[in-house]
Design a protein around this ligand. Structure first.
Ligand SMILES: Cc1cc2nc3c(=O)[nH]c(=O)nc-3n(C[C@H](O)[C@H](O)[C@H](O)COP(=O)(O)OP(=O)(O)OC[C@H]3O[C@@H](n4cnc5c(N)ncnc54)[C@H](O)[C@@H]3O)c2cc1C
Length: 322
């Protein structure tokens, strides 16, 4: 079994930033990347709202730079997934991956959340080319365009209202005959001249040409009637699933499944910290995840520093800077 001072589960902006800080603090750091090196942001072609890039950047470029920066200070990357953790006996914690088992004095959990997909043909094909799950990230690219919003809850209306700043029209498609959003939001949405509503309707397919979205096939769930509607963008807001199942009952979760943390990014288990979308259901931005990763790392560094005399030497450890 290998030992390390810090293990970081996940390699999105939160994990890569945490790795930069702990490795630079001379703590042996292993990042278990999971299947998606770089996390959600690595799947997008245009990032215009991460500070430091006046001409914008791409998701893959951003995460590769972050990875290289963390590696430069000694973070080690394991391109596998964590399959099991044992936080029940306190530190050092056991973390099992596809092929390795680690004992880690502290753990930073950054395994994110996934936007719920509609699950229809064309959806995955056109992500970043007309299909989006983030109005803040992508609304700007739809200036003067016809936008479709899928969903009927608070986020669908909140994000739909935000999209009216950019789009010519914003049509909300909802599968029921009335919205689930709060009355206050509904009132604002109904009052907005750019917003229209299509009820009792589901998206059956997203169609495109020349690599971008052009239309959607809609089905009226009451009549079964299928219609094709031109649109330039489909924004899906039907919920998020935090990846917290891995922890079973070991970490305290909120009722919505997100990991519960304190103001210093600590979980209910001393020595286990969490950062990014695994706890944040509100902001969901690369920069907020990165900021969280920094905070969690600083707390972990202090926490380990306070216990330095009690920490066992790292025999067979993963040396920092190796
Ligand atoms: C298409 C798209 C476009 C976006 N565009 C923007 C944008 O322009 N600007 C912006 O600020 N934000 C954007 N976002 C949002 C941004 O990507 C997220 O807010 C951010 O990536 C969250 O970072 P995170 O580190 O918390 O988690 P995530 O990015 O979700 O990363 C989670 C990590 O955990 C890993 N993982 C999962 N399970 C395991 C496991 N069992 N073991 C080990 N690792 C595991 C994954 O491989 C991944 O590396 C976009 C999101 C999407 C989907």
């Amino acid at each position: 079994m290998k030992r390390t001072r810090v293990i970081i589960i996940g390699s999105g902006p939160a994990g890569l930033t945490a790795a930069l800080y702990t490795a630079r603090a001379q703590l042996s750091t292993v990042v278990v990347t999971g299947k998606l090196l770089g996390g959600q942001i690595s799947t997008t072609h245009e990032v215009e709202n991460f500070p430091g890039f006046p001409d914008g950047t791409t998701g893959p470029e951003l995460v590769e730079n972050m990875r290289m920066q963390a590696e430069k200070f000694g973070a080690q990357f394991l391109y596998e997934s964590v399959t099991e953790v044992d936080f029940t006996k306190g530190t050092p914690f056991r973390v099992k991956t596809d092929t390795e088992e680690y004992l880690a004095d502290s753990v930073i959990v950054t395994i994110g959340a996934n936007p719920r997909e509609i699950g229809v043909p064309g959806e995955r094909e056109f992500v970043g080319r007309g299909v989006s799950y983030c109005a803040t990230c992508d609304g700007f690219f739809f200036r003067g365009k016809d936008i479709t919003v899928v969903g009927g809850g608070d986020s669908a209306l909140q994000e739909g209202l935000f999209l009216t700043k950019f789009g010519k029209t914003v049509n909300v498609i909802h599968r029921r005959d009335q919205l689930r959003a709060s009355i206050a939001l509904q009132t604002r949405a109904f009052d907005n001249p750019k917003m229209t509503f299509t009820y009792d309707t589901v998206v059956k397919e997203i169609k495109g040409a020349d690599g971008v979205v052009k239309s959607i096939l809609l089905e009226n769930v009451k009549t079964g009637q299928i219609t094709e509607k031109p649109t330039d963008g489909v924004f899906v807001f039907i919920g998020y699933d935090p990846n917290s199942r891995l922890f079973g009952t070991q970490l305290a979760l909120r009722p919505d499944g997100y990991v519960r943390i304190n103001e210093l990014m600590g979980t209910n288990v001393e020595g286990v910290f969490a950062a990014g979308e695994i706890h944040d259901s509100q902001f969901r931005q690369a920069i907020t995840a990165a900021g969280d990763g920094c905070k969690a790392a600083l707390t972990a560094i202090n926490w380990l520093g306070e216990r330095e005399s009690q920490l066992q030497p790292l025999e067979e450890a993963v040396p920092a800077g190796d």
